[in-house]
Write a protein of this length. Structure first.
Length: 351
């Protein structure tokens, strides 16, 4: 325990100049994005999907095929970077990186413990929704700049879908903010860790117990934000070939892939923080030195649980029609989220 405390003290005392601190933080996030995308791709896209669909996953590249995704990444990097003759070259090239930049900015405020966070903003959850919405711009850029009708249709579908589902996602989180009394992500974790259930604080108060409706709405909205089945109309192969990605090849297509899976990891982390208590465990105080090591482990376990739910939906349900998608958002999720906010507000005042 003393060694852990001394190690934590050394890390806490590390005070580099601003430029070096910023460079270190940027490097950490830059490493996390491909790493988290690889983890979700290998575990869920290859292994869990093959298990759920009763078929073999990759077996040849590395032990039990665990290096297959790295091999695929190498293949994409070797492919020719093709740009359509009629495309707007600058916008076409920039679009994947706008999407990836949105993912990069989202990771900045995800806390792995009270101190293990790139930037602990007082308006952390507000910031998350602000920067995550930037991906819509990148998708529209890709759809329009490709000079392809399928790409344009896919881009417009994606924009309409992302705008429609951002509203229920935000409203689903309002209940959590009301209960926690803060927009700070670490503050939300601490509120759950120190909470009580009818006077009993044995497991704290994970907000999923009181905000289970918000949790369900949030997961549905995340599924749509990621354009994953059953909300994959923007890239529907059977309808519009591959949507806004159809003209992309090589490393630019790989950039879209990294953005999608890294964003899935980031949203799973946000869900874990908001509804499952984040990096904290109920029997340990939030300021304990153990969280320098335990915090990332606990958060990662909860992220994998939420990620399983996200990919379970992806591998289970068929694609919706475009009108069904919009109806589900505007006529079901949004009214339900408003009812959840009203109920949370009433209970907050009464109790």
């Amino acid at each position: 325990m003393s060694q852990l405390a001394s190690g934590a003290a050394v890390l806490a005392a590390f005070d580099p100049p601003y430029w070096l601190e910023t460079a270190i933080k940027a490097l950490v996030v830059a490493v996390l994005i491909p790493t988290t995308a690889l983890i979700l791709g290998i575990v869920f896209l290859f292994k869990v999907m093959s298990w759920m669909q009763s078929r073999l996953g990759p077996q040849e590249a590395g032990p039990r095929g665990l290096l297959q995704l790295l091999a695929d990444g190498g293949k994409f990097l070797q492919k020719e970077d093709i740009i359509p003759a009629s495309a707007d070259r600058f916008v076409f090239k920039a679009a994947p990186f706008v999407v990836l930049a949105s993912t990069f900015l989202t990771y900045v405020v995800i806390p792995a413990s009270m101190n293990l966070v790139v930037e602990d903003l007082d308006v952390g959850i507000f910031y998350v929704f602000a920067v995550s919405s930037l991906s819509v711009i990148g998708v529209l850029m890709a759809g329009w700049a490709s000079a392809n009708k399928y790409s344009l249709v896919g881009g417009l579908r994606a924009a309409g879908q992302l705008i429609a589902y951002e509203l229920p996602m935000i409203l689903a989180v309002v209940g959590v903010v009301i209960q926690a009394g803060t927009l700070n992500l670490n503050g939300i974790v601490v509120a759950q860790n120190s909470g009580e259930i009818l006077g009993w604080g044995g497991i704290g108060l994970p907000f999923i117990l009181t905000q289970f409706i918000g949790f369900g709405i949030f997961l549905a909205a995340v599924q749509a934000e990621l354009t994953q089945t059953p909300f994959d109309m923007p890239v529907a192969e059977s309808e519009i070939v591959s949507g806004y990605q159809v003209e992309y090849s090589g490393f630019r297509f790989l950039t879209f892939f990294l953005g999608e899976f890294a964003t899935a990891f980031a949203f799973a982390a946000i869900a874990a923080v908001l509804f499952l208590g984040g990096w904290a465990v109920p029997w340990l105080e939030a300021d304990s030195d153990w969280y320098w090591v335990l915090g990332p482990v606990v958060l990662f376990a909860k992220i994998m649980l939420v990620s399983f739910l996200i990919f379970w939906l992806r591998f289970t349900y068929p694609r919706l029609r475009e009108d069904q998608l919009q109806t589900f958002a505007w006529k079901f999720l949004i009214p339900l989220s408003l009812v959840n906010i009203l109920a949370t507000g009433v209970l907050k005042v009464v109790l």
